[in-house]
Design a protein around this ligand. Structure first.
Ligand code: 5CA
Ligand code: ZN
Length: 409
């Protein structure tokens, strides 16, 4: 699939900082030391509805990861998937009486537009589940041949007991895992499974549902976790730097993905850091397509809200916090954008060199975007209250805000 156009990232003078980031698997901050090419996999959307503020917040976090790396003059090899065939997508198409392919294409196109408007850097490889099927089938066959997968009425399940490291991403107990599995696409109550937590690798063709040739697996469609593993291993290989997503992906999705990869390669972990963004809520509940309590990026754009203000609203929250979207959050961001634009619209001002370092320091410290915004606020206030004589300063400030925060002033 094609991704979306890249906005330019200005190069800043001086030295960027290495990223220290929270790793869910170890529960600690890790300082990543990628080589000249940093590798990141971020779980993409299931395209059955438009991009909401929760999605945007999560993708914003991983956009910052890349901006920190780019500032250290590294290249970034970024891969993202699109879960363009899965139960919720097919169910929505049936509910609305529309073609599932058309639904996925339409929502993916809208997602690209939203990401472009928000100045999110595009992945180098943007891969749909359907196009990944030829790579998924051999992995499932290998898992089965290694004794780590078994068949149940034509479906193929992964055996979590085949992985000695199972549980090392989420560290949850069995009861919690079982609950989350039922909530998030698993089928712990299905009779005949070896372990209730075992996830599906390959679902045999169902009447009225799309299916593909699965070689020795028979016709069917891929399970969700193996989709991301196949795409990540194909494009990044084992031991890449960051696997990212929202905190609702810790279990089962990233736990199962790590397990599949462990059995396939004998290595753990698949990613050096498992990074998870907090959940954005609306009216006290997690924003989710299934609940329908959504604020869409595209709806705000249509209403004339500047995408830069949407981005500032996201940046005002630490990526690991759970937070609530309100009208006030947006109003504050609009006001802040106005102050910042006024501050950089003068030909001179107070030196912004320290600001650049403060931005670097804040973001390298577990992506502390609120601290970064506070630093720009201070510089803008100084500019408004006292001004300054440094002729390049407004340009330096606006280039730093663009390069490191993705906000064009
Ligand atoms: N296609 C899978 C990942 S392989 C999926 O989870 N798709 S999704 O459309 O449901 O979510 C896309 C991304 O947005 C995931 O990283 C998910 O964790 C994140 N996300 C979903 N809802 C929220 C929310 N309310 N707040 C923050 N992030 C969210
Ligand atoms: Zn995924």
């Amino acid at each position: 699939m094609h991704a979306w156009p890249a906005s330019e990232v200005p190069a800043l003078t001086g030295q960027g900082r290495d990223l220290r980031i929270h790793d869910t698997a170890t529960g600690a901050l890790v300082t990543l030391d990628p080589g000249p090419v940093a590798r990141i996999y971020v779980c993409g959307i299931t395209p059955y509805d438009a991009t909401h503020m929760g999605h945007a917040a999560t993708y914003n976090a991983f956009d910052l990861v890349q901006r920190v790396w780019l500032d250290t003059k590294r290249q970034v090899h970024y891969v993202q998937n699109v879960t363009d065939v899965d139960d919720p997508l097919l169910e929505r198409a049936v509910r609305d009486g529309i073609d599932w392919v058309g639904l996925a294409e339409k929502e993916t196109a809208l997602f690209r537009e939203d990401m472009t408007a928000l100045r999110m850097l595009p992945p180098k490889h943007y891969i749909g589940a359907v196009e990944a099927i030829p790579g998924i089938v051999p992995l499932v066959e290998r898992l089965r041949d290694a004794g780590a997968a078994y068949e149940l009425e034509g479906d193929v399940y992964f055996s979590v007991e085949a992985d000695p490291n199972f549980g090392k991403v989420s560290h949850l107990d069995a009861a919690a895992m079982r609950l989350l599995s039922a909530e998030r696409g698993g089928d712990p109550d299905r009779a005949g499974k070896k372990n209730p937590l075992d996830p599906m690798l390959w679902m045999a063709a169902r009447e009225g549902e799309p299916s593909w040739d699965g070689g020795s697996l028979g016709r069917g469609r891929p399970g969700w976790h193996i989709e991301c593993v196949a795409i990540a291993l194909d494009h990044l290989g084992m031991g890449f730097d960051v696997q990212g997503g929202g905190s609702d992906l810790v279990f089962p999705h990233h736990e199962m993905g790590a397990s599949h990869a462990q059995v396939l390669t004998g290595e753990f972990p698949m990613a050096k850091a498992y990074v998870h963004a907090g959940m954005v809520a609306l009216d006290g509940e997690k924003m989710s397509k299934s609940k329908g309590n959504l604020v869409f990026v595209s709806a705000l754009r249509r209403a004339g809200v500047d995408p830069a203000a949407i981005r500032l609203a996201l940046l005002a929250h630490h990526y690991r916090d759970n937070w609530e979207w309100t009208d006030q959050v947006l109003a504050d961001a609009v006001a802040r954008l106005g102050r910042w634009r006024a501050a950089v619209s003068r030909p001179d001002g107070p030196s912004a060199d320290a600001l650049v370092e403060e931005l670097r320091e804040a973001l390298a410290n577990d992506l502390d975007a609120p601290a970064a915004l506070a630093a720009v606020d201070r510089w803008a206030a100084l500019q408004t209250e006292r001004g300054g004589t440094d002729e390049g300063a407004p340009g330096v400030a606006s280039r730093a805000v663009d390069a490191l925060l993705g906000v064009a002033l």
